[in-house]
Design a binder for this molecule. Structure first.
Ligand code: SF4
Length: 357
């Protein structure tokens, strides 16, 4: 059966397929001319690059996120067609059968996807089939053609497991400690965004190399902009209008900084590419950004929904949360103005953020 015949059986039309390619290439900032090339590469990819998907200390939230946009969806298209040989949550087999499938997959040229953190204190904190997860990861990482660490836990050991006593670390730390040089791509967020995972896979399958990464090994295409710069509430921030009372309808759309928003410190495309097939994202739904795409999540950003003292506002420096409104409003009034704040804030928060294209 040809690849598109197979897609038809799965209810994916040629038109939907091309729409997927156009959307993902646009997300990567690639020109329209690239679409046929990407479509061709993906058709070739449909001939089955094998994937091993390991889970360490996780909540399976990244799996849930990746497969939540079904019927038909980019997630179904990519994940199904990638030939996932081993995935503890979604595979039908179990016990010896799944172990056999895993050992067979290890003989191939596979892409390794890792979900969940790795305990660095004691191996017993995460055992799979009687083996330490750390050792399973080391073995799989050495033979993989590339590794994609998905979610905050696998990327940096930075999610909820990072707040526990296990000494949770991300995949990168294990690779460094073991001297493993397999290319690594980190896709943090809690959970991983399906569009980010699919776009990264598409790029890798097309070019057979990792995309441009920042200093935290995150693809610049998805993590290259500061959330604060694209936030729909940004106008209120600049006017010093901050939500203080949830029950006041006038404040409903105000900036959420005083409610703990980490948008000024968070690199993510959440404001441009919304979650759940572009349905919504945290800030638009009324929740402050918790900074889940950053290393500092969750430990250094907690409590997540409380104002932070001495929050560092780009261009204005550390400001006490109680005085941020008057300070920013006053600054605008005396001519510091919207553009100074915006210019200083726009991507120059850390000058060394991007490692290159
Ligand atoms: Fe948006 Fe948060 Fe920045 Fe306010 S602080 S403008 S809510 S990202």
């Amino acid at each position: 059966m040809g690849n598109f015949d197979l897609l038809k059986v799965k209810g994916v039309s040629r038109r939907d397929f091309m729409k997927l390619i156009a959307a993902t290439t646009a997300a990567l900032g690639l020109p329209e001319l690239f679409v046929p090339q990407a479509a061709n590469a993906l058709e070739q990819a449909l001939k089955k690059p094998p994937v091993i998907w390991l889970e360490g200390m996780d909540c399976t939230g990244c799996t849930e996120s990746a497969i939540a946009t079904l019927n038909p969806s980019p997630a179904e298209l990519i994940l199904d067609m990638l030939s996932i040989r081993y995935h503890e949550t979604i595979m039908a087999g179990s016990g010896n059968k799944s172990e056999e499938a895993y050992q067979e997959a290890l003989k191939e040229k596979y892409i390794l996807i890792v979900e969940g953190a790795i305990p660095s204190k004691e191996d017993r904190f995460c055992m799979v089939g009687g083996k330490p997860f750390r050792k399973i990861l080391i073995e799989a990482a050495q033979k993989a053609q590339a590794i994609i660490a998905i979610g905050s836990c696998a990327s940096e050991g930075a999610g909820i497991p990072g707040a526990c006593a296990t000494g949770a670390v991300g995949v990168g730390e294990i690779l460094k400690a073991e001297g493993i040089s397999t290319p690594l791509i980190n896709l943090p967020c809690c959970p991983v965004k399906p569009t980010t995972l699919i776009g990264t896979l598409l790029y890798y399958l097309t070019y057979q190399k990792v995309p441009a990464l920042d200093s935290q090994k995150r693809p610049v295409a998805f993590y290259g902009t500061l959330l604060h710069d694209n936030c729909p509430r940004r106008g209120h921030f600049e006017h010093g209008e901050f939500l203080k009372d949830w029950n006041d309808p006038i404040q409903k759309q105000y900036c959420l900084l005083l409610k703990g928003c980490k948008g000024p410190k968070t690199y993510t495309d959440c404001a441009q590419v919304w979650w759940n097939d572009n349905t919504n994202f945290c800030i638009n739904a009324g929740s402050p950004c918790s900074g889940c795409s950053e290393k500092s999540f969750y430990k250094e950003f907690s409590p997540l929904y409380a104002k932070q003292e001495n929050f560092d506002i780009p261009g204005l420096g550390p400001i006490n949360a109680d005085t941020v409104g008057p300070v920013i409003g006053g600054a605008a009034a005396v001519g510091l103005g919207i553009h100074l704040v915006a210019t200083v804030a726009s991507g120059r928060l850390k000058k060394d953020h991007k490692e290159g294209l």
